[in-house]
Write a protein that binds this ligand. Sequence first.
Ligand SMILES: NC(=O)C1=CN([C@@H]2O[C@H](COP(=O)(O)OP(=O)(O)OC[C@H]3O[C@@H](n4cnc5c(N)ncnc54)[C@H](O)[C@@H]3O)[C@@H](O)[C@H]2O)C=CC1
Ligand SMILES: CC(=O)C(=O)O
Ligand SMILES: [Mg+2]
Length: 372
Amino acid sequence: MKIGCVREIKPQEYRVGLTPSAAQEAVAHGHAVLIEAGAGIGSGFTDADYTAAGAQIAADAAAVWAAAEMVVKVKEPQPGERAMLRPGQVLFTYLHLAPDPAQTHDLLASGATCIAYETVTDRKGGLPLLAPMSEVAGRLAPQVGAWALQKANGGRGVLLGGVPGVRPAHVVIIGGGVVGTAAARVAAGMGAHVTVLDRSIPRLSYLDDVFMGRLTTQYSDRAATAELVATADMVIGAVLIPGAAAPKLVTRAMLKTMKPGAVLVDVAIDQGGCFETSHPTTHENPIYEVDGVIHYCVANMPGAVARTATQALGNATLPFVLALADKGWRRACLEDAHLLDGLNVHAGRLTCAPVGAALGLPVISGVEALGL
Ligand SMILES: NC(=O)C1=CN([C@@H]2O[C@H](COP(=O)(O)OP(=O)(O)OC[C@H]3O[C@@H](n4cnc5c(N)ncnc54)[C@H](O)[C@@H]3O)[C@@H](O)[C@H]2O)C=CC1
Ligand SMILES: CC(=O)C(=O)O
Ligand SMILES: [Mg+2]
């Protein structure tokens, strides 16, 4: 198969969909790999690294989109990229369609087969292609939140860990999955007082066991959320209902009860955000203020630590890239129901039920898309 990889064009996105070592594996499996010139530079990989791995370098993105049977990326395709997708072509990347009707419309119109990293599942009920970036974004969340809490950035001037004789910051994390757990580890490690809210009692038990008193857990309902948000210096939004638009758990009314200069970090922004007042921001301009509360809502947080993130993502995607290339998308999905869960769009039809529910669009099942 001809596998293509383009340079990411989302603002300040420095990750790349294929590492030179992934390209080398694909070449060893008998595939041709075409990389846009400069695609790996932001992650520290040169064109020469890819050439040494057996890949070919294309002068521009258009050449890659034209030649590749499958394009492997990181972020959702931008409008100009969507215009280059064609029927029969496979796109393997993050899509986050539920909050994005314009992208959904374009992917349906393209006739392409679009497999989203974030809805591929595993045997344990996890999301193996979201998890590595959730680990990264979770670890980053207290770090960027601590920066926003600094006075010069509009925050309330509170040091996360406090100092002897002065209380630490209170960090409230809504959602104790991969992002929430990673964020809790870093926030607790920086000395903050941490509370995690989740709807899953097994998850709260797990956190209680693992953190051994370093954090407090609480069942997530409206009353608990309102009470904790009012006491927080930082709230980290880390909920997920796979494929679906994030529920709005912190309302605008709650903002009025918060401390002036408190910080909201909405990691769930890629699924639309779990705070009513969230809207996506970029690394260039990451924060804004509403009712005296600082919001950080960058939808591609791992792009800030592109080298680490590219390697972590590449480790997780490689087996799926190889399966798709070796077998073709149809047989790869037929033989792996977890990969089939990643199928969001095929030949003008939507195949992810939560996306259909969020956007009010008809869906067919992945099995129907396979023609079974
Ligand atoms: N902004 C960015 O750059 C990035 C964003 N993300 C996003 O972060 C979000 C979280 O991802 P993961 O931690 O991997 O998901 P996960 O599935 O591991 O964890 C989500 C948790 O939310 C909990 N939850 C669901 N509804 C809830 C509610 N009403 N109240 C409290 N908890 C609730 C679930 O029980 C689960 O424990 C996703 O939207 C993901 O796409 C992930 C990586 C990067
Ligand atoms: C998960 C995601 O959207 C990201 O890593 O950018
Ligand atoms: Mg994202």
